[in-house]
Write a protein of this length. Sequence first.
Length: 266
Amino acid sequence: MSAQALSPILLFDSGVGGLTVYDALRAALPDAPIIYAADFAGLPYGTKSEAEVAARVAGLLGRMSERFAPRLACIACNTASTIALGMVREVLEIPIVGTVPAIKPAAGLTRSGAIGLIGTQATVRQAYIDDLEARFANGNRLLRIAAPGLVRCAEAKLRGKPYDTSAIAEAAERLRAMPGGDEIDTLVLACTHFPLLAEELAAAFGPDVALIDGAKGIAARIAELTQGQAMAKDRADRFVITGPIEAAHGLEQALSSRGFGVPELF
């Protein structure tokens, strides 16, 4: 088994949201060795400044690339991607795949012409989203709000802990209250944490609103960039975290069911 075949794909996120990307990637590339890195010490990113996020993400990915020698890295976090993707690509010499809010596919799906988008505060305020809207919304209205409380809900849900669903209902109410909000028929989940709450979001927005995220598109892009490369696994996928190891408590079932080993400190 060659070292090249064992070279991992590195998935990086502030927390567990990137597991939605991991699930799509594992379906697309069942033999790929994967290391998932969760920056629990830096969670949440959405309330931090752009400078803080950029410096943290670039620094961590640089050190992780030195240690793990990945064949490709994916920033499985919308906030980190919209802020730090360009900087990381300048620093690292491996392919870097970012996470882009699924505005383009949403524009192809909507029938009413009204698209909702929920993300973190940092993602929603980025000019990057303005650019995506200008390029891909095809004249449809994009109504966006920040819903940072949903990150905490998703982190708690995956750990089997109680969480307050009022943040989900409140997000739906705020979007619906915007001009044209009552016509929304497509909702972009612009945070990788949010698909973990798909059931709750579907209940809050109703059966006539389609939820869309970028996980399958990201997995397809990674598969495209690694096409023809030898891949083999000689161990369970690794789940590494920053911060105290206690930050991973409660994730045992979610990790073991996906084939991860015991969480490790980075």
